[in-house]
Design a protein around this ligand. Structure first.
Ligand SMILES: C[S@@+](CC[C@H](N)C(=O)[O-])C[C@H]1O[C@@H](n2cnc3c(N)ncnc32)[C@H](O)[C@@H]1O
Length: 255
């Protein structure tokens, strides 16, 4: 797949089913993901009224750590709470306290259009939490060579959908470096009116890389991983070189 390519949207559901099988086979991956979900849970502000909602939940693993999270996806798989499209949500204005997107932002061809919809459903002071690939120096090599989706560091970001766009036209788009470029690399500057960029946290995790994620083979046995975790702690001093993941928190301004 190349930057800007569009595959049929059903490709997402093919991958969801594959990911479910990988999840069952890979307890280490589950453990790593639970750690990622705990980082997200720590950013939830209980004082903001409204629902905690995940968009693009895929296999719905977040419930293991945030049981009250409403899980949703483009595809109404039976383990999810409801079907939702990020570009046209069915939630009432201001009814959501937190929107969580785990590996979903980089599938949004028109991030500015989606952000407007997120702002509509979020309560004042509500949070958008993104968990994304980090295109650090190591990250861009790993994601380029070990994952089928383009990193897309040089391709144009189309912020707004064309006027005749309808949410039903969503396709399978991917640019893994989108969040890095916008929130860590500064390309979002001037595009985030109505939002406060509250946090950009790069996460060094060779543990994640060596787990192979959902699509690759796990490197080393389970016993190697405590060592890898130790290395992660050392490498954490250079996130621009080593980060694997990027956690981004955007707060909707209260106006
Ligand atoms: C890479 S998967 C991530 C799945 C899950 N969050 C995880 O971390 O395992 C991307 C997910 O986003 C969903 N998705 C893509 N475009 C979407 C949209 N416009 N609205 C809602 N979900 C979308 C896909 O169906 C897919 O489940």
């Amino acid at each position: 797949m190349k930057a800007g390519d569009a595959l049929p949207v059903g490709q997402h559901n093919i991958e969801i089913q594959r990911n479910r099988e990988a999840w069952e086979r890979k307890p280490l991956l589950q453990e790593i993901y639970r750690g990622f979900y705990r980082r997200i849970a720590a950013r939830i502000k209980p004082e903001v009224p409204g629902l905690v909602v995940e968009l693009g939940s895929g296999i719905g693993g977040i419930k293991q750590v945030i049981p009250h999270c409403v899980t949703t996806d483009l595809f109404p798989n039976p383990w999810l709470d409801r079907q939702e499209n990020a570009y046209r949500l069915t939630f009432a204005d201001g009814s959501v306290s937190h929107l969580i997107l785990f590996d979903v932002w980089h599938h949004l061809r028109y991030p500015g259009t989606a952000l407007r919809e997120f702002s509509r459903v979020l309560a004042p002071g509500g949070r958008l939490i993104l968990f994304e690939p980090a295109a650090s120096w190591v990250g861009r090599v790993v994601y380029h060579f070990c994952h089928h989706e383009p990193v897309g560091l040089k391709s144009a970001i189309t912020w707004n959908a064309p006027p005749d766009f309808s949410a039903d036209q969503s396709d399978y788009y991917a640019a893994q470096g989108s969040a890095t470029r916008l929130f860590w690399g500064g390309e979002g500057r001037g595009r985030l009116a109505g939002w406060r960029l509250a946090e950009v946290a790069p996460i060094v995790s060779f543990e994640y890389f060596t787990s192979g994620g959902f699509s690759g083979p796990q490197l080393g046995g389970r016993f190697l991983h405590p060592l890898v975790r130790g290395f992660d702690r050392l490498a954490a001093v250079c996130p621009r070189i080593f980060a694997a993941r990027l956690l981004v928190v955007l707060d909707k301004e209260k106006t």
